[in-house]
Design a protein around this ligand. Structure first.
Ligand code: NAI
Ligand code: MG
Length: 374
């Protein structure tokens, strides 16, 4: 019985070991871990301080840690005419070892001169993988979580190349968008997804596509990812399935337990991860990292939530878990485990939660409760 409990606990812990690199990275300034904080808009300014405090609470578990707050976002754009100042990109590239991004507000109608800074940042730092673990916290820690999957979203192309045109034709205005899928980007996101699958107990990868309709673009994505095990023997133990995105959403809601790692082009990955968030209670609990080969930026999956911004209602858990995920990817997995365990304990206890999880507490109280347990 004890053995079964221990092995279940081990299996559960293993679901969080996403990274295969166990050693801490070389810091840009030896002995000092420098983290860039980009709260940006809306609730970003409320949840990023909570994430910073969670990192600080780890104390001597990390090297001496310094933070630098950096500008970006729509509010910044309205004041300064640019959404992503060069100084922010420069500071991240030159000084920081990692970063945490809050959320941006992007107006749904085009505003001249404005372009989403998060999309630009992912490109500028070549953070080509958006890794989004979605994990339910069962009441009993020995119980298998009802949802335990990772969405691995390609982060640099697809429709997010933002090449849109508006012309006039016999049917009135005609809008077109370019959807770019390259073999190189599909291969590197595929490799990332196989690497993540290999480190998880189930070692199962589902390739998400719509190649029944988009046979050229999605066909290239699917076939490129599918070919990886034939080029790399190390992935022989990973089982591979592929599925059309719409039925994948259906099955995700009906039987989330069939999924382990899902790899998808940019837009499908974005939608799938918000959908999966509904299965674990709230967008306010789902973290992500934007990862490249040399830099990692944590970012909650949610947006700037203008409906609750400034009201001390935002759930800080997604941002706090994003800090943990960033640390995990940087090789500080003990610190990451401590933060995740503290969040698990607060969620399980259930008495201090924000309204999105049915609670009555504010952002600050939930953050304080988590800090107390780190
Ligand atoms: P959203 O993710 O901001 O909010 C969707 C719903 O979830 C809202 O009801 C909101 O109150 C709730 N919610 C989100 N985060 C929460 C949290 N931490 N705690 C409790 N409840 C939370 O998406 P929405 O409303 O569609 O977009 C708002 C703005 O955010 C838009 O301008 C959009 O462009 C932007 N956005 C930015 C993203 C980013 O920075 N990566 C991602 C998604 C949207
Ligand atoms: Mg999204």
């Amino acid at each position: 019985m004890m053995l079964a409990t221990a092995s279940r606990a081990a299996a559960r812990a293993a679901t969080r070991s996403l990274s295969t690199s166990a050693t801490a990275p070389a810091l840009k300034n030896p002995g000092v871990l420098k983290i860039g904080l980009i709260p940006a808009d809306g609730i970003g300014g409320e949840v990023i301080p909570a994430a910073r405090d969670a990192i600080l609470a780890l104390g001597s578990a990390l090297p001496k840690t310094e933070f630098v707050t950096l500008d970006a976002g729509f509010e910044y754009f309205t004041r300064h005419g640019e959404a992503l100042p060069d100084e922010t990109v420069h500071a991240l590239q030159q000084e920081c070892d990692g970063a945490l991004f809050g959320a941006v507000s992007s107006p749904s109608n085009k505003v001249a001169g404005y372009s989403s800074p998060i999309v630009a940042l992912r490109k500028a730092l070549d953070l080509y993988a958006n890794i989004r673990p979605v994990l339910a916290v069962p009441k009993d820690p020995n119980e298998k979580p009802s949802v335990d999957l990772v969405v691995v979203r390609e982060n640099t192309e697809c429709l997010y190349v933002k090449q849109e045109t508006l012309t006039f034709g016999p049917d009135g205005r005609e809008a077109r968008a370019t959807r770019l899928i390259t073999e190189r980007a599909s291969r590197r996101i595929g490799l990332k997804a196989f690497e993540i699958a290999l480190a998880r107990p189930r070692k199962h990868l589902t390739i998400i596509h719509k190649s029944n309709v988009l046979s050229v673009t999605d066909g290239l994505f699917r076939d490129t990812v599918k070919a990886i095990p034939s080029q790399h023997d190390k992935y022989a133990d990973v089982t591979v399935a592929h599925q059309i995105v719409d039925s994948a959403v259906y099955r995700l809601f009906r039987e989330p337990e069939i999924y382990d790692v899902m790899v998808a082009p940019n837009l499908y990955g974005d939608i799938l991860s918000d959908a999966a968030a509904a299965l674990v209670g709230s967008l306010g609990v789902v973290p992500s990292v934007n990862a490249g080969d040399t830099f990692v930026m944590g970012e909650p999956v949610h947006g700037s939530a203008p409906d609750i911004a400034g009201q001390n209602k935002a759930n800080p858990i997604a941002a706090i878990r994003s800090a943990a995920l960033m640390l995990r990817y940087m090789g500080f997995s003990d610190g990451a485990d401590r933060i995740d365990a503290a969040v698990d304990a607060v969620v399980r206890d259930g008495s201090v939660l924000t309204p999105d999880l049915g609670g009555r507490s504010g952002t600050n109280e939930v953050a304080a409760e988590i800090l107390k347990r780190i």
